[in-house]
Ligand binder design. Sequence first.
Ligand SMILES: *Cc1c(COP(=O)(O)O)cnc(C)c1O
Length: 463
Amino acid sequence: MQNTLKLFEQIVKDLLEDEERNPVAEYVPEDELFERLDLRLKRDPISEEEFESVLRELVMTTPRTATNAFFNQLFGGRNEKAILGDLLAVVLNNSMYTYKAAGPQVGVEKSILREVCNLIGWGEKADGTLAPGGSMTNLMSMLMARDAKDPNYRFKGASSRMTIYTSADSHYSIPKNAAFSGIGRDNVRYVPTDNYGKINLAALENMLDDDVQNSYNPVLLNLTAGTTVLGAFDPIAQARIITDRFKMWLHVDGAYCGSVLFSQQYKRLIAGIELVDSFSFNAHKMIGTPLSCSVIVVKDKKYLHDSFSNDANYLYQTAHDDFNLGKTSLQCGRRNDALKFWTLWKSVGTKGLEKIVDHQFYLADIARRYVRASDDYTLYSFDDSISVCFNYKGIPTRTLCTALYEESELLVGYGSFNGEEFVRLVTINAQNDKEDIINFFQKLEAFVADYPELLETHKELNA
Ligand SMILES: *Cc1c(COP(=O)(O)O)cnc(C)c1O
């Protein structure tokens, strides 16, 4: 093990040094890369030297997600305290289903869940769990919504035509989960959004009235705290009135920006969160833990038990069920995703998490100000969001983002809203500073100056 740790340390050190010089790993087209890098698995072992060499090359050629040039998805940066926790979780290798197998790690997970519930204002009836990502915590909410509406569903299968409601700008895991849950993709109702990308509740109410008239059974309203493209927050308190009228489950998908819960200043964006039935957020997004760390909490833990517990004599042999977390989880064997969040939270306190969240809004303000200050840019996103969506000199965004990637300059993605396509800069890496954001724009501008043909693509498309 000592030699392995030494090798690990060496490779990481080399990576960190190289990242300083090259924040973007050199872009190599697929066929060329896989010709250079021999990943094929063979019957015979290779020498230790060959092994180290191929491992190092694999690490060095992997996209760099922790540098100040990565703005491509809704995660980034490298939080040392969280990494320490995750490394220890790997070395300890517990499975989180029982107290017998995980011991104090059960308490680590429970502490996180308890404090999240406290921050919401929920008492002892509330509880939660962790699952491998926001898509899966969203699935759990849908299964609980389904079973709450029809407790026989899990025994007998479908007895009515259920429908679920989510905004047109919500995450694609909702229709996917509708297929998994037996509700069916065609029974997802996409509610239109307003000019800011928030769900239109008047339209929702009309859809519900129609569906009930047509003997559908509405079970779930999924709201989003931070839509994937614009970072918009759906209104929670007003939505609760409607879900009460139709006796539906209310879930808030806060995978992207639900962590505003930790901020005194920004938790207003999820005002009314104490009124929902379930709420999920990804600590691997705004909080910056390594992937994956997705938390779901429910106001009444009875629903977690009803939908997810199974008796298993070979597994649950000791201790009270409150410490056998397998009774409320989606999986059987389950990785310790809690420890990385706990090591970070324990060390910086809730105030430290608040700083992480607030800093991202500060960086987004810097970016918006930069975009607004120049006629070369058009802004498509809004205040109170860490997604800053813009266009530069009318250059088609796909062309621009792909060119930046293929020239190993910046990793940034694009999105669209109301028929407009734009670059989406996400200020989710709280290790970035004001200078990193300004530097992003200056790099982009210098790049376009070096490749004037990018401006031509704009003229061609408009011709
Ligand atoms: C990222 C995201 C998800 C999915 O989370 P994963 O952890 O990637 O599965 C769900 N909803 C929203 C709004 C997201 O931004």
